[in-house]
Design a protein around this ligand. Structure first.
Ligand code: IPE
Ligand code: IPE
Ligand code: MG
Length: 241
């Protein structure tokens, strides 16, 4: 019988850059969008495995501010698949107490996708087993600038004292406020860059990169990444006693 994997170091927050959908499809002589469709199936599986492992928060990078530079036909289908994904799995999220939320300016997304997302947020707002956080029209530099503008406004209005600002309190101005600190960031597809993803939040996260394309990223590949994480010694600037 297959031995069940258990985390020895608990993970509160795991973030994924889901990459390689297009290359997965190309390898199969399929249109790039077939990779996005298959990739959506991995999302729900990853959420299920993470929940089983006791992980409290999962962040997924699904659409960056730079992804608007892709052909409109690809963007339209990508958002359609995301909308279908939420319609298909919302009941499972409610039943398993998965709270859904987003980061990024979703107002720029197609209206039917926005409506589905808002409905999913509302229906899962009291769920408390796992936070499923998806980044849509998200860019980390834009998020930091948005925070800086809000801080400047509060200072001008006299509601903020600059002395009160520190690395911890600054996080209250980010989309990720009230999420646990990111422990692990996994990027699939062999690319080793952040592509404007949670630059501030990964200050002390561990990074694991895998060559697997996102549509092939299943339980086995996730466990391999978690095993890699378990070998890491998170020193936070200290030295061994
Ligand atoms: C990730 O896969 C999904 C999104 C960025 C929306 P890609 O579409 O980037 O796939 P590759 O990197 O071109 O293979
Ligand atoms: C990053 O992937 C964005 C998402 C996964 C949503 P990209 O495929 O867009 O990133 P680059 O262009 O390779 O850096
Ligand atoms: Mg890519």
């Amino acid at each position: 019988m297959k031995e069940e994997f258990k985390l020895t170091k608990p993970i509160n927050h795991i973030a994924f850059i889901m990459d390689g959908n297009g290359r997965w499809a190309k390898k199969r002589l399929l249109p790039r969008t077939a990779g996005h469709k298959e990739g959506c199936k991995r999302i729900v599986e990853v959420i299920r495995y993470c929940k089983k492992l006791g992980i409290k928060c999962v962040t997924l990078y699904a659409f960056s501010t730079e992804n608007w530079n892709r052909p409109k036909s690809e963007i339209d289908l990508l958002f359609r698949y995301l909308k279908d994904f939420f319609n298909d799995y919302i009941q499972e999220f409610i039943d398993t107490k998965v709270k859904f939320r987003t980061m990024g300016d979703i107002s720029k997304l197609p209206l039917d996708t926005v409506e589905t997302i808002e409905k999913a947020k509302e229906l899962t707002k009291d769920c408390n087993e796992l936070i499923f956080n998806i980044c849509l029209n998200y860019g980390s530099q834009q998020e930091i600038i948005r925070a800086a503008k809000q801080i400047a406004k509060e200072y001008k209005d006299g509601t903020l004292e600059l002395e009160s600002l520190n690395p911890e309190s600054f996080t209250n101005y980010l989309y990720s406020k009230d999420l646990p600190k990111v422990d692990l960031m996994i990027r699939t597809s062999g690319e080793e860059r952040l592509s404007n993803f949670i630059l501030y939040q990964v200050a002390y996260a561990e990074f694991v990169f895998t060559d697997t394309y996102w549509p092939d990223f299943k339980e086995k590949q996730l466990i391999e990444c978690l095993k890699e994480y378990e070998t890491r010694d998170r020193r936070y600037g200290k030295i061994e006693e």
